[in-house]
Write a protein that binds this ligand. Structure first.
Ligand code: GTP
Ligand code: MG
Ligand code: ZN
Length: 364
């Protein structure tokens, strides 16, 4: 496929939501109705954020996909959650028309059930939510490019940290790259599904379809050119999202997808496509690290010291397992590296709170 094949997706996306019951297609169910209920006072109606662009957003309402604007001044939820993104694609909101009756305002956000949040690239102590209210996430990697060390492990930590079930997807399996496929599998602990797919020959998509949580939303994350939008199109059975060829020289993507976008598959099952992300900084750890490294976490029970850091201590069961060839040292190194990244940020956060406590101006 060449750039010339890239289609513009704005209008096609609106058509996708031209359904009898768009809210049901967006995944509205009894549970969400109950959580949204208290926010729906007066003339407010339920809506889901389908896309956010500079200057506005698109909301799925009972009438289909409509342009909207965020007006979150009066929200309570948002106030409690200032360290995060005010409005994210996938959010369920209470919406109302403004006085002119032609513009929809998102006025209050339902507390997020799950989220994929990375470190905000411009403000490191803030979390930037890439996808909200997604039960699962496809961690997408193309086999035709180098796998940067711990890239997949990092994505798994982010997923678990947001309460999201990760599914690892290796794309371009038609290119027949067994070593690259082995490298991907090596970063995936047991219990986490990993599938290889090909848009060219169709392999893997039945498996992938059966892994998607029905009636819920599955987000896609990965570098530009990984094949995320191609997966969405394959699962939709239609070329709705724009895709474009990667650069021949280094297989780098061209940042074809420019906005996060919610796509209905039917029956309330949705996909949430995102633009390629190179940076996936970790924000904090409240259990995501252990979940992404269950192998290390289980071995740690047998370490001599309860607070063993698996980094050269005597009687370390992780080290013993490496020497016995049961797990790769690369696994341990990734774990230590990702933990260090989180700890560094925790220290900065503490220092920032101290500065605020002393009445000084916070930085970052
Ligand atoms: N050979 C092969 N090429 C694929 C496959 N899947 C996707 N591609 C190609 O990979 C390129 C990038 O695919 P996209 O779907 O645009 O990638 P993306 O992850 O959405 O990229 P961004 O939107 O930039 O983040 C396109 O040229 C696709 O045709 C596959 O299974 N096999
Ligand atoms: Mg894309
Ligand atoms: Zn240890």
């Amino acid at each position: 496929m060449t750039d010339a094949d890239a289609v513009h997706d704005g209008e096609a996306m609106s058509d996708l939501w031209d359904l009898d019951d768009p809210l049901a297609a967006a995944g509205l169910n009894d549970e969400i109705r109950e959580r949204l209920g208290p926010l729906l006072t007066g003339d407010r109606q339920p809506a889901r954020v389908a896309r956010i662009e500079y200057g506005g957003c698109h909301l799925v309402t009972a009438d289909g996909r409509r342009p909207g604007v965020a007006r979150l001044g009066r929200t309570s939820v948002y106030d409690d959650d200032r360290s995060s993104t005010p409005l994210a694609v996938g959010d369920w909101v209470a919406a109302e028309y403004d006085d002119t009756k032609d513009r929809l305002l998102a006025v209050e956000v339902m507390p997020r059930e799950q989220r994929i949040g990375r470190r905000d690239p411009s403000r490191e102590l803030l979390e930037q939510v890439l996808a909200s209210n997604c039960a699962a996430v496809l961690v997408v990697h193309a086999l035709d490019r180098p796998l940067r060390p711990s890239r997949i492990e990092r994505s798994l930590v982010l997923a678990h940290e947001g309460g999201v079930e990760p599914i690892v997807v290796a794309t371009k399996a038609d290119l027949d790259l067994p070593e690259e496929w082995a490298a991907v599998q090596a970063e995936v602990p047991k219990g986490t599904p990993v599938v290889a797919v090909s848009k060219r020959d169709g392999r893997g998509f039945d498996d992938l379809t059966s892994l998607l949580p029905a009636g819920r939303t599955t987000a896609l994350i990965g570098e530009s050119g990984a094949g995320k939008s191609s997966i969405v199109n394959a699962l939709l059975g239609a070329e709705v999202l724009a895709t474009a060829a990667v650069r021949g020289s280094d297989a780098k993507g061209r940042h074809t997808t420019t906005a996060r976008e919610l796509v209905p598959l039917g029956g309330g099952t949705c996909l949430l496509d995102t633009p390629g992300t190179r940076e996936l900084g970790l924000v904090r750890d409240t259990g995501g690290l252990a979940a992404a490294f269950v192998d290390i976490d289980e071995l740690a029970i047998d370490c001599r010291f309860a607070n063993c850091r698996h980094d050269g201590e005597a009687g370390c069961a992780v080290q013993a397992a490496i020497e016995a060839g049961e797990i790769a040292d690369a696994r341990r190194r990734s774990f230590v590296e990702l933990r260090a990244e989180i700890e560094e940020l925790d220290e900065k956060r503490v220092a920032r709170e101290q500065r605020i406590g002393e009445g000084r101006r916070p930085r970052g």
